[in-house]
Design a protein around this ligand. Structure first.
Ligand code: ATP
Ligand code: MN
Ligand code: MN
Length: 308
C-alpha cells in the first residue's frame, strides 16, 4: 500500500516518539514498498520481534537509498540516535568498540527512520557477553540444491538433536535456507557452542558426504548444503525473527513450528505482505517457550565424543 499523496498513517501513529520522514519513498525498487510500509510492518510485528532482539548486541543493514542500492551492514551506532541503547564491548581483536542494542519499540522504529531494514543480533545478551544462550545452525544450500533437500537437512538435524535430548526450533531465513536454533539455558561458553555445533556439522558431513559439507569452501560446497556452524562465535550475528530481508518481495525471517515445514515453499515463503496475515492467525508464537527450555550442551558433547 503506497502512502503517497496523503499524510502517512505511520507518521501519525508514531508521532511523539519516532517520526518517520520520507514515508512515501519506495525502498524496494520496482515493488512499490515504501519506507512507511517498512515502518508499519515493524510496528505490526513488534511484540513478536522484540523478545528475541531486546538487550542483544544489534547490527543493522541500512539502505538509505532503498534495498539493493547502497545497503551496508552496520555494527556501530551513528550520531543522532536517542532511543537505541549503546554498550562498550571488547571486540575479538581486543579493542573496545561501541555497539547498539534495542531497548524497546522506539529503538527499532528509530533505526527504521535511519534507513535500517534488516536486524541482526548476537547469540547473547549485553549483560553476559562472554556466554551464549543460542546455538544457530545456518543451513546454506549451494545453487541448484532443491528446497526439499533443505527441509530434509533441517529434519535430520532435528532428529540428531532430539537423540541428544535437545529441543530445537526452526525458522526460514527469509533468504535461501533454514536456520535451526537451540536454546542453551543456563548460558554456556562460546567455546562449548562452537565445539558442539562443529561436531554436529562434521557428523552430518561424514554421515552423508554427498549431501552435506562442514567447510565454507566454495568448491567443496558445490551441489551440497553447507552446515554453517560459524554463527556460533562471539561477535557473529544471525538474522532476527521477523526481520525483513532486503531481497525480492521483502521476505521475512519467520519462526515456524516443526510440523509446518512440509507446507513451506522456500526460505523466502513469508513476506512483508503475507507475514502479518500469518501473525493474525497464530494463537502463539512458534518460538514462544524458547526461553523456558532448560538444557545444556555438556551431556550431549560427551555423547558426541564417545559416539564419534
Ligand atoms: P540465507 O538463507 O540466504 O543463507 P542467511 O540469513 O542465512 O540467509 P547468510 O548470507 O547465510 O544469510 O548469512 C550471512 C550472515 O552473516 C548473517 O547471519 C548476517 O548476520 C551476517 N552478516 C551479513 N553481512 C555481514 C557483514 N557485512 N559483516 C558481518 N556479518 C554479516
Ligand atoms: Mn544462511
Ligand atoms: Mn551462512
Amino acid at each position: 500500500t503506497s502512502t503517497r499523496g496523503r499524510k502517512s498513517p505511520v507518521q501519525r501513529a508514531t508521532a511523539g516518539a519516532i517520526t518517520i520522514t520520507h514515508a512515501d519513498r519506495v525502498v524496494y525498487p520496482g515493488e512499490s514498498i515504501t519506507k512507511g510500509d517498512v515502518a508499519a510492518y515493524y510496528q505490526r510485528v513488534m511484540t513478536s520481534l522484540l523478545p528475541n532482539v531486546v538487550k542483544r548486541p544489534l547490527s543493522v543493514i541500512r539502505c538509505p537509498e532503498g534495498a539493493r542500492n547502497t545497503c551496508f551492514f552496520q555494527k556501530h551506532p551513528m550520531g543522532g540516535l536517542h532511543h537505541v541503547g549503546t554498550i562498550e564491548l571488547k571486540e575479538e581483536k581486543g579493542s573496545l568498540a561501541t555497539y547498539m542494542y534495542a531497548k524497546n519499540a522506539s529503538s527499532i522504529l528509530e533505526l527504521v527512520q535511519f534507513g535500517a531494514m534488516e536486524f541482526h543480533v548476537w547469540s547473547t545478551r549485553i549483560d553476559r557477553l562472554e556466554t551464549t544462550d543460542r546455538v544457530v545452525f545456518d543451513l546454506d544450500p549451494s545453487p541448484r540444491v532443491t528446497w526439499e533437500r533443505i527441509v530434509a537437512a533441517a529434519r535430520l538435524l532435528k532428529v540428531q538433536l532430539d537423540e541428544l535430548e535437545l529441543t530445537s526450533f526452526v525458522r526460514t531465513s527469509g533468504g535461501k535456507g533454514l536456520h535451526v536454533v537451540l536454546p542453551v539455558n543456563p548460558a554456556c561458553s562460546w567455546d562449548l557452542v562452537k565445539d558442539f555445533s562443529h561436531a554436529i556439522a562434521t557428523r552430518m558431513a561424514t554421515g552423508q558426504p554427498q549431501e552435506f559439507v562442514d567447510t565454507a569452501s566454495k568448491t567443496k560446497r558445490a551441489g551440497k548444503i553447507y552446515v554453517d556452524y560459524l554463527r556460533n562465535t562471539r561477535g557473529a550475528t544471525s538474522i532476527a525473527n521477523y526481520s525483513l530481508r532486503t531481497r525480492k518481495n521483502a521476505p521475512v525471517a519467520t519462526p515456524l513450528r516443526w510440523e509446518e515445514l512440509s507446507k513451506i515453499e522456500g526460505g523466502d515463503a513469508f513476506t512483508i505482505r503475507s507475514l502479518p496475515r500469518r501473525l493474525s492467525r497464530l494463537r502463539k508464537d512458534p518460538w514462544e517457550n524458547i526461553d523456558s527450555v532448560k538444557q545444556t550442551l555438556s551431556a550431549a558433547m560427551k555423547k558426541l565424543e564417545v559416539g564419534a
